[in-house]
Ligand binder design. Structure first.
Ligand SMILES: [Zn+2]
Ligand SMILES: [Zn+2]
Length: 84
């Protein structure tokens, strides 16, 4: 889930390009295909690709929240939020 550069050990963010989604390290240029995205309509810009973030709740009954981070504008949409 977390995406680290194997050389620099920094977090690298997925970037959408014409032929897919890639992880690219700005430090060393390391690059690999990224498949942790899904089709999701962004609530802000209606972009259709987003990164899936699963967030396990520590306190039992709230369950698992699925979050989508838009690859275009970075908006995080929450789904499966139980409770408030
Ligand atoms: Zn690097
Ligand atoms: Zn968006």
């Amino acid at each position: 889930m977390d995406s680290f550069c194997p050389k620099c050990r920094v977090i690298i963010m997925p970037k959408e390009e014409a032929d897919g989604v890639f992880l690219e390290c700005k430090n060393c240029g390391f690059r690999k295909p990224f498949d942790g995205w899904t089709e999701h309509d962004c609530s802000v810009c209606s972009h259709k690709k987003a990164i899936v973030i699963l967030h396990e709740m520590v306190r039992g009954d709230e369950g698992t929240t699925t979050m989508y981070r838009c690859l275009n504008c970075g908006t995080v949409d929450k789904e499966g939020w139980i409770g408030r």
